[in-house]
Design a protein around this ligand. Structure first.
Ligand SMILES: NC(=O)c1ccc[n+]([C@@H]2O[C@H](COP(=O)([O-])OP(=O)(O)OC[C@H]3O[C@@H](n4cnc5c(N)ncnc54)[C@H](OP(=O)(O)O)[C@@H]3O)[C@@H](O)[C@H]2O)c1
Length: 278
């Protein structure tokens, strides 16, 4: 299979390129090769490459930046998706769209599965949901929702915790935001399994189990053998962030289970594997 990966210079793009590259012909596309907000290079790129699948990982993924600059979030996350989907329509490629737990409002107590109706409360979540809807117009598409990524290739939350703890600096993380954690390499393997199966649709992809941001941070420091005293949990309302944060956005991996796919390992094992590999 020939697979074009947008957002290849990003945290998840790194893992997708590495994992798909083990079995497929991968073309990494950074912003320099294809700015997805510009229809022409995206279309001519996919036509020239004759890609079977375009993985659309590129995004403005910061909730506060999206809230501060909704037009830019819309331009990249919505208009950019329209360009990728338009190019796929003209070349016959399938699209795999990387989405987020932020499409859910995070206000209820129960976890969300793929059949729950998303009602995103933030600009970021709304632009990502619109991107999902545009992607779902294709005859062959996948939507993969991931949450709280960590892995190699780009500084991420786990790296920041470990850096702070190793210098005995304070690291403050929300204690009341519970979600999944996702090791990028594990998620990329699962996404590759699903795409290779040809079974299109919407899938939640994350390591198993729920965890708060502060628990994840504390466990990372513990695994690395660092002092956890300065890893501090704080209610998100006290952290002065601009965009609203979901309290509970845990996703059930129902579609993977029902499809008979191997589930990513539980998050503590994945976190340990990442930290040992650094
Ligand atoms: N990180 C998380 O915890 C998280 C959680 C849930 C869902 N997600 C989703 O996962 C996907 C990947 O996120 P990530 O963490 O890998 O993000 P990231 O590290 O910020 O990478 C985003 C990528 O998008 C590229 N990009 C931005 N604007 C672009 C444009 N106009 N044209 C082409 N490329 C552009 C960036 O290129 P430059 O390097 O040139 O800016 C970068 O390669 C996103 O779709 C995000 O919504 C992430």
């Amino acid at each position: 299979m020939k697979v074009a990966v947008t957002g290849a210079t990003g945290l998840f793009g790194y893992a997708l390129v590495r994992v798909f590259g083990e079995r497929h012909d991968v073309v990494p596309l950074g912003r320099a090769e294809a700015d997805i907000t510009d229809a022409y290079p995206v279309r001519s790129g996919l036509e020239r490459l004759l890609a079977d699948v375009g993985i659309r990982s590129a995004a403005i993924r910061d909730l506060d930046i999206s809230d501060e600059n909704p037009a830019e979030a819309f331009r990249v996350n919505v208009h950019g998706t329209r360009n990728v989907v338009g190019a796929a329509q003209s070349t016959g490629a399938a699209v795999a769209y990387i989405s987020t737990d932020a499409v859910f409002d995070g206000q209820r107590e129960l976890p969300y599965d793929e059949t729950d109706v998303p009602i995103p409360p933030t600009v970021y979540g709304r632009t990502k949901l619109r991107g999902e809807q545009i992607t779902a117009q294709l005859p062959r598409y996948w939507i993969f929702r991931v949450s709280v990524l960590f892995g190699p290739g780009k500084i991420n939350m786990v790296d920041k915790v470990l850096e702070a703890a190793s210098y005995s600096r304070e690291y403050v993380a929300p204690s009341d935001q519970v979600a999944n954690a996702t090791y990028t390499l594990d998620a990329a393997v699962t996404i590759r399994d699903v795409i290779e199966s040809g079974r299109c649709g919407t899938y939640h992809v994350a390591n198993q189990g729920a965890v708060s941001r502060s628990e994840l941070a504390r466990r990372a420091a513990e695994i690395a053998g660092l002092d956890t005293v300065k890893v501090i949990g704080m209610p998100s309302a006290q952290m002065g962030r601009r965009a609203q944060r979901p309290k509970q956005s845990v996703m059930l991996l129902r579609a993977l289970k029902e499809g008979g796919f191997a589930l990513p390992r539980p998050w503590p094992e994945a976190l340990e594997a990442y930290i040992r590999s650094r």
